[in-house]
Structure formats: structure tokens, C-alpha cells
Design a protein around this ligand. Structure first.
Ligand code: AMP
Length: 380
């Protein structure tokens, strides 16, 4: 039996964005101390932490010093170099482990793991050259999606290919890097499942979440998703089985396409809380961030049930600031709406600055309310 890391202990966080911020809030509420490590200062996570260490992930002396002063380390951002994680692991447990991070931070390794473990994914090919791409297109057919193998998110580093003549342009557009070519999934909707696994192997998941994207960035999430009981059950089974097969201690988000054929295809996995799970702070017994804390500290996992019939979340991107500060009073006039802001100073277009959530009797109602509240931010 693993020894639990109890309140009063110090949790280290690699990365310093909004996911770390909401994690730090959950940790501090439960009496833990938080140290965050990233190359920046005055960060969303750092503002909530006891100690903020601004150093490069490649500065292994600083990394080791950070690890020496904490009881366990987790991360809120996947693109952490393997050497950094190894240096941390010399002094403190890293949860989830560096092996999980290594699989999830590279699309080709991720899909290869998934297919070998028998999880449903769209057919794909490894692309190292234009010739690979052309033969891949011949095998998979059109349309197809070309994605850089490493370090991509929110549709960055990817290109849809709709005709054979398009191959050269698509390969150039991702910089001629090592890539993965995927058969295009004709999907009905995009959904996700968030699940957690503790040090004792116990697993708990939240239900299936509906995700609505705009320009490749998550716009709104709704829970529970409008899917039948079989799809809901299958989504949870896949997420829970993935946690076990990857031996994750922590939280994992699985993003799926629900095909028009009624089948779920795993698109991506993220071994951390996810934007689509932000509603859990306001609508569930245990938020995804508290669940991450419980899992990495070896505490029993909390209940995942929702308090309401429907919950919705809408992201607040920097674009909302185009004509000045959004009118926060207007959103606060919706009694079921909660405002979350991440403490970022520069509202750039496409940058996630905060989000709103709404709880209601149904998902349709919750989505209507959260959208109306967001619209009100730019109304007089
Ligand atoms: P990703 O960066 O892999 O999450 O992809 C971003 C978005 O591109 C997804 O949310 C989908 O809308 C779309 N997309 C990515 N891969 C595929 C695919 N194989 N088939 C259809 N749409 C895709």
C-alpha cells in the first residue's frame, strides 16, 4: 500500500497555465502547498502558488532543486522534455509517469500505442517524406488529415488534404517535418471522457462530454453528452481501460470522434485535466482538479456525480477584448453562471483567458444560458 501524501505536504507543478492554476486552487483549498516551475513569471499558476520558480525546462540544476523541495510532482502541460522529467524523478515521484507523458506527447507514438492495445482509431500512416505522404494517400484515400508527429494542439501543425494535388502544399505547410497521416473521420460529434486512477488502482470517470469547436479551438462543452447509453458506456470503458493499460496515476482525458457509423474513435489522449472538464468545478461533487490532487497524493478518489441535470462551459478567448474590457457585470447578472478568469494580462486573439459555466435542469438550457452570458459580455 502506498503512503498517502497528506495536507501540509508540497505539490510541485510543471507548467504554469490555467490548468495548473485551477489545480493549485484545489490543492490550497485542501491545505497543501504548491510550487510551480516554468520559464515565466507572474503566471496563471504562479499567482496561486506558494512558490513560483522561473527557469528553463532545460536548466536541470534548477529542475533538481525544485524537485528536492516537493513531495510529489505533477504537470499541467504535456510538452515537457523527457530529460526534465527524469531529473525530477531522481528526487520526487512524478505522477503520471514520464512514460505516460512520452507516449501522449507524440501523435505517432500515441496512435501506435492505441492501435497495438486494441483501441479504436482511424487508420493512419507514418510520413517522413513527400513520397510517404503520396503512398499513404493512395492507401488511406481522401480526404485525409496530415499532422506533425510531435508538439501539436488546438489544430496547430495540421492540414486537411482533399485532393492528390494537395499533398505537396500540405507537406510544406507543416514544415516538411515527421508527420502522421490519418484517414478523415466522418464524425457526427466530438466528445471526451475524463477519468482518474489512484495509487491503489481505483478508477473513476465522469460521463461523456459533448465538445463544440470553433476554428479548431474548443468553444463550448456540455455534460452529459447527447449520446445513447451504449456509446456512453463504451466511452467510459475505453477511458478506464486506457488508464489501466498506460498505468496512469492521475487524470486522463480521452478525446473521441463519434462517427456517423455510431462508433467511437480515439483522436487524442491528454494525461491531465482538460478544458472540456472545467464544468466539473461548478457542477460535480469532485472537480477534475481535486481528482488529480487526490490521485497523485494517493488519497481515495472523490465522487464524480453531477449536482444538476445539465452543465455547460464556454471559453472566453482574447478576441472578446477587441473593443475593450468585457462587461463582467452583465455575465454576473445570470444567477446560474460562474465566471473564471485565469489572471493573464495580454488578451491575444485565440488565447484562452477564462471561461463561464452554467448549471441548469437540462443541457440545452445550460448551453443557452452560458452562450447568452458570453454574448452579454460585449453588449452595452
Ligand atoms: P487535433 O489537433 O488532433 O485535436 O485536431 C483538431 C481538430 O481537427 C479536431 O477537433 C477535429 O475537428 C479535426 N480533426 C483532426 N483529425 C481528424 C480526423 N482524422 N478526421 C476528421 N477530423 C479531424
Amino acid at each position: 500500500m502506498n503512503r498517502s501524501i497528506l495536507p501540509g505536504a508540497t505539490i510541485g507543478v510543471l507548467g504554469s497555465g490555467q490548468l495548473g492554476r485551477m489545480f493549485a486552487m484545489a490543492a490550497r483549498r485542501m491545505g497543501y502547498l504548491v510550487h510551480t516551475f516554468s520559464p515565466e513569471t507572474d503566471t496563471p499558476t504562479g499567482q496561486i502558488s506558494d512558490v513560483e520558480i522561473p527557469a528553463s525546462y532545460d536548466d536541470l540544476d534548477a529542475v533538481r532543486d525544485f524537485a528536492r523541495h516537493v513531495d510529489v510532482v505533477t504537470f499541467e502541460f504535456e510538452n515537457i522534455p523527457a530529460t526534465t522529467v527524469e531529473a525530477v524523478a531522481e528526487y520526487a515521484p512524478v505522477r503520471p509517469s514520464g512514460t505516460v507523458l512520452h507516449t501522449a506527447q507524440h501523435r505517432l507514438r500515441e496512435k501506435t500505442f492505441l492501435v497495438n492495445a486494441g483501441f479504436p482509431v482511424t487508420p493512419f500512416r507514418h510520413v517522413r517524406s513527400l513520397a510517404d505522404l503520396q503512398s499513404g494517400l493512395g492507401e488511406l484515400g481522401l480526404p485525409a488529415v496530415l499532422k506533425t508527429a510531435g508538439f501539436g494542439y488546438d489544430g496547430k501543425g495540421q492540414s486537411k488534404i482533399t485532393s492528390a494535388d494537395d499533398a505537396e502544399r500540405a507537406f510544406a505547410s507543416i514544415g516538411g517535418q515527421e508527420a502522421i497521416l490519418e484517414a478523415f473521420v466522418d464524425f457526427e460529434r466530438e466528445v471526451s471522457v475524463i477519468a482518474a486512477r489512484g495509487t491503489d488502482g481505483a478508477v473513476k470517470s465522469y460521463g461523456v462530454i459533448d465538445n463544440i469547436h470553433h476554428r479548431h479551438i474548443l468553444d463550448c462543452s456540455v455534460s452529459p453528452a447527447a449520446v445513447g447509453p451504449e456509446v456512453a458506456q463504451r466511452g467510459r470503458e475505453i477511458a478506464e481501460s486506457l488508464l489501466e493499460q498506460l498505468d496512469v496515476i492521475g487524470v486522463l482525458c480521452v478525446e473521441f470522434f463519434l462517427g456517423r457509423d455510431g462508433r467511437l474513435y480515439v483522436n487524442e489522449i491528454a494525461p491531465r485535466p482538460h478544458n472540456s472538464g472545467h464544468f466539473t468545478i461548478d457542477a460535480c461533487v469532485t472537480s477534475q482538479f481535486e481528482q488529480q490532487l487526490r490521485a497523485v497524493c494517493g488519497l481515495p478518489l472523490g465522487a464524480t456525480e453531477m449536482f444538476c441535470g445539465g452543465a455547460a462551459m464556454s471559453n472566453l478567448l482574447g478576441d472578446l477584448w477587441q473593443n475593450g474590457e468585457p462587461r463582467w457585470r452583465n455575465a454576473c447578472a445570470f444567477p446560474a453562471v460562474k465566471l473564471h478568469l485565469y489572471g493573464k494580462h495580454e488578451p491575444r486573439a485565440g488565447r484562452k483567458m477564462g471561461h463561464l459555466t452554467a448549471r441548469a435542469a437540462t443541457t440545452v438550457e445550460a448551453l443557452d444560458i452560458v452562450r447568452a452570458a458570453r454574448r452579454s459580455l460585449t453588449e452595452a
